[in-house]
Ligand binder design. Structure first.
Ligand code: GTP
Ligand code: MG
Length: 343
């Protein structure tokens, strides 16, 4: 099961109350106040961890709370502080407040840490209120309440290149051909049901995101809908995979127009994002004729002919992607060096 969106209810710990107590000991009359302070409540912290793949943990345990601080005790004893509640989330998690829908935190890289809810401060015991006038204060300050709230965690994978295409276009086959992963592929639609980021072989940092296929009417929830497009929202470059062999009796130019339309319906700037077009299945009969027609219909596009099965044009595509990443400058300097070498 892959979960990329959950609603959670979180609570930080309350501060322990300050204690009211007086020293009572044999031969020590009127021993004076000795009530200790309460401990601080624990906070709720989010930690970004690359070992966490998705948000499934929070699907089944959507409530979490930090420990309360212990109350202060006599003999000037301070209550113990409550333990923090540490929630591990995958890279690319966005936290929305359910109250106003605002984004309250974004955890992008391994090790990012955010205090989401602060624990209440511990109260103050009566020993702090003694003075030359008030020898036996009966005043204490109670612990503060910890913050609480409801949040929506949304995960958006982080990659340099996002693959967009119809089901069966060969997105997963391309991911397998360019990277060391082994994504399931099959001659039927919607083989892929959840996104995956993989590192392109021979480049340490260039990553691509394989997502489920998009079909016409995805904005009306046809197929798997277009909610998976959120996983290419963070990709500076999109790569359209078009089945140029028209294996399922498809029309490559209509597919491309449909994909562009669905992206514009999705919004979030995806339609304006820099992109490249990849003509897959060039080993199939009729693919070259289709490519020629495609070029006629879209004279501004320069589709890169490839075949994942026959391993045609993959090196060229890899170099092209590195160059594009360099051009759009949104990646690490390491890629820029690699790209320079590739050119
Ligand atoms: N002939 C030929 N077949 C290909 C090529 N690339 C992929 N295929 C086949 O096309 C079918 C679909 O490939 P997938 O990689 O699963 O396609 P996908 O875009 O990931 O599909 P979904 O996950 O359903 O969205 C598989 O049977 C592949 O073997 C190619 O270059 N040539
Ligand atoms: Mg697939």
């Amino acid at each position: 099961m892959f979960i990329d969106e959950v609603e959670v209810s979180l609570r930080a710990g309350n501060g322990g109350h300050g204690c009211m107590s007086f020293r009572r000991e044999k031969y020590i009359p009127r021993g004076g106040p000795n009530g200790g302070d309460g401990g601080n409540g624990g906070s709720v912290l989010l930690v970004c961890d690359h070992n966490v793949g998705d948000l499934v943990d929070y699907k089944f345990t959507p409530h979490a709370s930090a420990e309360n601080g212990q109350p202060g005790m006599g003999s000037q004893c301070h209550g113990r502080n409550g333990a923090d509640c540490l929630l591990r989330v995958p890279e690319g998690t966005v936290v929305h407040s359910m109250e106003n829908g605002e984004i309250v935190a974004e955890l992008l890289r391994h090790g990012d840490r955010v205090t989401l809810l602060k624990g209440g401060k511990g109260g103050i015991g009566n020993e702090h209120f003694k003075s030359s006038i008030v020898r036996a204060p009966r005043r204490t300050i109670p612990g503060e309440l910890g913050e609480n709230g409801k949040f929506r965690f949304e995960m958006k994978v982080i990659a340099d290149v996002g693959l967009v295409g119809f089901p069966n276009a060969g997105k997963s086959s391309l991911t397998n051909a360019l990277t060391a992963t082994e994504r399931p592929t099959g001659p039927y639609p919607f083989t892929t049901l959840h996104p995956k980021v993989a590192v392109v072989s021979g480049s340490e940092k260039l990553t691509i995101a394989d997502i489920p296929g998009i079909i016409g009417g995805a904005h009306e929830n046809r197929g798997l809908g277009f909610r998976f497009l959120r996983h290419v929202e963070r990709c500076p470059i999109l790569l359209f995979i078009i089945d140029m062999g028209a294996v399922d009796g498809r029309s490559p130019w209509e597919d491309f127009s449909t994909l562009r339309y669905e992206l514009s319906r999705y919004g979030s700037g995806l339609a304006e994002r820099p992109y490249s077009v990849c003509a897959n299945k060039m080993d199939v009969d009729g693919a070259h004729e289709n490519l020629a027609t495609f070029r006629e219909k879209f004279p501004n596009e320069t589709p890169l002919p490839i075949s994942c099965l026959a391993a045609i044009g993959l090196d060229k595509l890899r170099t092209h992607l590195l160059q594009m990443c360099k051009r759009h400058q949104k990646i690490s300097p390491e890629i820029q060096t690699q790209s320079a070498e590739a050119i």
